[in-house]
Ligand binder design. Structure first.
Ligand code: FAD
Length: 466
């Protein structure tokens, strides 16, 4: 890159003025555009999902292709700017937002191409699940993704991916067949079963550690309608309804995915939302009958509907509240743990805030564990404490509640946590634990190969093995 290096302090103080020449050069070198603080779109572009994170980069490079990404990476390193990568902006740790550095923003790279006959989708680095599902469902096809449409396809996939079709088709990353990445050195590389297979293994769970993904390729499955929706329970029955949810997931096959969210309303009445997604041939499956007859049912919206409607059940606003999440993959959801979590939910003393239960039964257990870096395939559930609030004065109380509640889950943990839901304050050991020692060592070797200087460290970081 032709840009002259300049000291970090000058860049930090305002790259725009101190290095206007370099910035102009960056603008000329990109097909996409460059935003700085004086640009009208800067504010919206810098924001992430979690309002707890409030950072202002020096420059946002909105890339249009892999060459743009290489130029932005080169510019950042030549100017000693810290790099962050933004796909859908959903990561609760706010890794896509940095103070002073350069954000590679992929929000203008959202094309999704579908090869119906080959049952393949190629998705650009900034596509969201809304983009992806719209394109694949237009062809009656699907891959298991996230449950909120505005979440980024790449961020979610590289961390694993749990959603409405996990039991049917495994983690999202189990359906990842290939990727195009730009490494921090500016090389455009491919990962697939034939080309750099070790990298493909690492991308299945290892996050955005090895390069900026400009394209991911997915296996697709035929699917149009599902028997799904939401069931709501309230009051004293919630305890037994949550046990029923656990038992149903324990015996369900690969045709039913199911997740549940525990919360309280403003009167501190416990609420439970259960979201089943059944894709089998039965019009009235036994598992749904069991859920419907659990105590406390106050609302039943389960029906035959399109998969796109299923994907719209949970659609929170973007960047509207403060969030702190912490959780564990558990080997079982015991009665004792359910009772404890219920009383901790009530003890929070006010809405919002929730505890999410994602069942990992079905296909995740059938996939050969050697095909992916992630290490939580054996868990029964992913249990996540999700504090969310509006008032900054409540930061300390909410964070303490999430930490203490997560600590109560720990005795049932299989180790580590879900990288996709981790905050930035998680110790390296929790990241290591999400993979296991052997896989983590392999990931560190991959990191040393593709990003030896740890340029891409704004993530659940895997430090390079030196
Ligand atoms: C409301 C909400 C709902 C969610 N629902 C689910 C769910 O149903 N299932 C689930 O498994 N997870 C879910 N998540 C978690 C989500 O998977 C992670 O937060 C994920 O990191 C989000 O990806 P993103 O691209 O939107 O986020 P970003 O904040 O933009 O990116 C997060 C990180 O991903 C990496 N990354 C993103 N794009 C690229 C790229 N193109 N190349 C390289 N690295 C990249 C970077 O390291 C970046 O720091 C949810 C999160 C939220 C806030």
């Amino acid at each position: 890159m032709p840009f002259k290096k300049c000291p970090r302090e000058r860049i930090s103080a305002g790259l725009v003025k101190s290095n206007q020449e370099g910035l102009n050069e960056l603008r000329r070198s990109l097909r996409g555009d460059v935003l700085v603080r004086s640009d009208a779109e800067f504010e919206a572009a810098r924001r992430c999902f979690n309002l707890l994170i409030d950072r202002r980069p020096a420059v946002i490079a909105r890339c249009l292709d892999s060459q743009d990404v290489a130029s932005a990476l080169g510019f950042a390193q030549a100017h000693e700017l810290e790099v962050a990568v933004r796909g859908g902006g959903h990561n609760p740790a706010g890794h896509c937002a940095i103070d002073r550095g350069l954000v590679i923003n992929l929000s203008r790279m959202r094309r999704v191409e579908v090869d119906k006959d080959a049952r393949l989708a190629r998705s650009e680095g900034g596509a969201t699940w809304l983009d992806f599902d719209a394109a694949t469902q237009a062809n009656g096809l699907v891959t298991p993704g996230g449950v909120v449409g505005s979440t980024g396809v790449v961020g979610l996939t590289l961390g694993g991916g749990i959603g409405h079709l996990t039991a049917q088709h495994g983690f999202t990353c189990d359906n990842l067949l290939g990727a195009e990445l730009v490494t921090p050195a500016g090389a455009v590389i491919r990962a697939s079963a034939e080309e750099n297979p070790e990298l493909l293994w690492g991308l299945r769970g290892g996050g955005g550690n090895f390069g900026v993904a400009t394209q991911l390729e997915f296996r697709l499955h035929p699917l149009e309608r599902v028997l799904g929706g939401r069931l709501d329970y309230a009051g004293d029955g919630v305890r037994d309804a949550l046990r029923t949810f656990r038992d149903v997931d324990g015996r369900a096959g690969n045709e039913l995915s199911c997740e549940a969210e525990l919360s309280v309303d403003e009167y501190l009445t416990p609420n439970l939302m259960v979201v089943p997604c059944y894709t089998g041939p039965n019009a009235d499956p036994e598992e749904l009958r069991a859920l419907r007859s659990a105590p406390g049912l106050v609302n039943d919206e389960v029906r035959s509907q399109s998969f796109l409607d299923q994907q719209r059940i949970l659609d929170p606003g973007y960047g509207v509240d403060r969030n702190y999440w912490k959780g564990h993959f558990v080997r079982e959801l015991s009665d004792e743990l359910i009772d404890d979590l219920l009383s901790r939910m009530v003890a929070l003393g006010h809405p919002p805030g929730a505890i999410l239960f994602e069942s990992l039964h079905g296909t995740p257990k059938d996939v050969d564990p050697a095909t992916a870096a992630l290490g939580y395939r054996d868990a029964a559930f992913n249990v996540s404490v999700m504090a969310s609030w509006l008032d900054p004065d409540r930061d300390e109380q909410q964070i303490a509640w999430a930490r203490e509640t997560a600590a109560a889950i720990e005795p049932w943990s299989i180790g580590g946590g879900y990288a996709n839901y981790m905050q930035a304050d998680e110790p390296l050991e929790r990241v290591r634990g999400a993979f296991g020692d052997e896989s983590f060592d392999r990931l560190q070797a991959l990191k040393a190969r593709y990003d030896p200087d740890n340029v891409l460290h704004r993530n659940q970081n895997i430090p390079p093995k030196l």
